[in-house]
Design a protein around this ligand. Structure first.
Ligand code: CIZ
Ligand code: SF4
Length: 309
């Protein structure tokens, strides 16, 4: 079948199954086109929380589908390819975090949503890059904050909030491919284009950026800015979202140093064919053990509660 036929079939099956398709900003263009909602993990968590659908087909990575399942234990949550993981999430294991918790009883663990359900279950509050600053600002000052697992995001939050924060040593393998040198070359070629970078980028890249924000906030920033073109330093799928929502402006992918691509291999595991097969078969389903889901739900709900989004 061709892409457009898959898309038609997906839309037909989606109605039949009373399914909702949620797609992350880093998904392939053809996936974003058939989604009911395209957004960042915070937006997707809100959508998952309020959907009336029986099935949630999650086009993103495993930890995002887990979050949807934790918020909707009675719904079927499908992830069209269970291999769509996240190396950043895998950089912090529940065992390591449990050990850090045992070492201090004043610890307040802020966990980036890019983490496994068992790590969330050991956390005090979850955050995304959209709300991380607002969340950290709400933590009472007597606590010692540990931010896991993204070191770059944690460091940026530390700068923004002025809070003392201990950082975990995890990084997103895609975002660290942007370098100061690759961005500087791009800036010379397009001197009028603001650099918009994700906080998962290294400090040297963030230093060059005109705006540092989550993917969702990138949409608002580029819409409001008087500039006509922008250099975007995040996963390449975001370019589709920006071009679709703001067609009158130009979006230039920030170059990476080695591979000249910023595609996350985990995000790109989701294809139209796999979405179609999931809707047909009702598989593969994401399951979270009940005891972990119940504990993980508390810091996720605290995030939704504390978030200003
Ligand atoms: O929080 C998300 O969805 C991610 C992974 C990126 C972002 O900043 O939107
Ligand atoms: Fe994980 Fe980075 Fe891929 Fe996002 S872009 S899913 S953080 S590896």
């Amino acid at each position: 079948m061709e892409a457009s036929q898959f898309q038609e079939e997906i839309l037909r099956l989606k109605k039949e199954r009373n399914a909702v398709i949620l797609a992350h900003n880093y998904q392939l263009r053809e996936i974003q086109e058939i989604a009911d909602y395209v957004g960042d993990s915070l937006g997707l968590a809100y959508q998952a929380n309020r959907t009336g659908a029986d099935w949630i087909v999650f086009c993103g990575v495993h930890f995002m589908a887990e979050t949807a399942k934790i918020l909707n234990p009675e719904k079927k949550v499908l992830l069209p390819d269970l291999e769509a993981g996240c190396s950043l999430a895998d950089s912090c294991s529940a065992e390591e975090l449990a050990e850090a918790r045992r070492a201090s009883d004043r610890l307040f663990v802020v966990t980036y949503v890019n983490s496994t359900a068992s790590v969330k279950a050991l956390s005090d509050v979850i955050c995304t890059s959209s709300n991380a600053v607002a969340i950290v600002n709400r933590i009472p000052s007597e606590y010692e904050i540990l931010f896991v697992p993204d070191q770059n995001l944690g460091e940026w939050v530390r700068q923004q909030t002025g809070r003392k924060i201990r950082l975990w040593e995890g990084r997103c393998y895609v975002h660290v491919e942007f370098t100061h040198a690759s961005l500087s070359r791009m800036r010379q070629l397009h001197p009028g284009a603001p650099i918009v970078a994700h906080p998962e980028c290294d400090a040297a890249v963030r230093m060059l950026a005109d705006e540092i924000c989550s993917t969702e906030k990138m949409v608002g920033f580029c819409r409001k800015s008087p500039a006509e073109s922008f250099i975007i330093a995040t996963e390449a799928g975001m370019l589709h979202r920006l071009r679709r929502e703001i067609p009158e402006k130009e979006f230039l992918p920030a170059p990476t140093e080695r591979c000249a691509c910023a595609n996350c291999l985990f995000m790109k595991k989701i294809t139209l064919e796999k979405v179609y097969r999931s809707l047909q078969s009702g598989e593969p389903e994401v399951v979270v053990p009940r005891e972990i889901a119940e504990r993980a739900r508390i810091p996720i709900e605290r995030m939704l509660d504390w978030s200003t989004n």
